[in-house]
Design a binder for this molecule. Sequence first.
Ligand code: HEC
Length: 123
Amino acid sequence: MRMASWLWMLWAALLVVGLAGVATAQEKAASGKELFTKYKCTMCHSIKAEGIEAKKAAEGEEAEAKVTDLSDVGSKVESAQWIQDWLLKKVEKDGKKHKVLFKGTEAELKTLAEWLFSLKGKK
Ligand code: HEC
């Protein structure tokens, strides 16, 4: 009898350690902002509201004119889902698809799209 309850406690302790491990792994998942830099969106986009400058801007005025600032993108597009489809080139805007196809995982795409969609009205 005593032995059995001891085993239960051990099992419970392992469960707690396991859950803590999961929580840490989730914290380590990159934020939308980190993914934006990781996938080089900064080649062509700035997000001035978040202090992100586009690389092209450093190349001079002509290159800077091609940069789209995404500080307010959440109020321009219909949904985070649209951003996901856009980044996978499934939808068009003004008859055109996005320049680059997103190469990350589905989870990363979701995080990135939701973060971008949350950027509203900040300039
Ligand atoms: C090679 C250049 C280039 C790269 C790299 C790039 N984009 Fe774009 N992106 C564009 C262009 C060009 C447009 C169209 C601009 C416009 O709407 O006038 C655009 C449009 C967008 C839009 C829609 C903006 C709107 O107002 O409708 C979003 C969202 C977007 N990009 C996100 C991203 C993300 C996220 C990444 C990184 C995974 C990325 N882009 C990488 C060139 C690029």
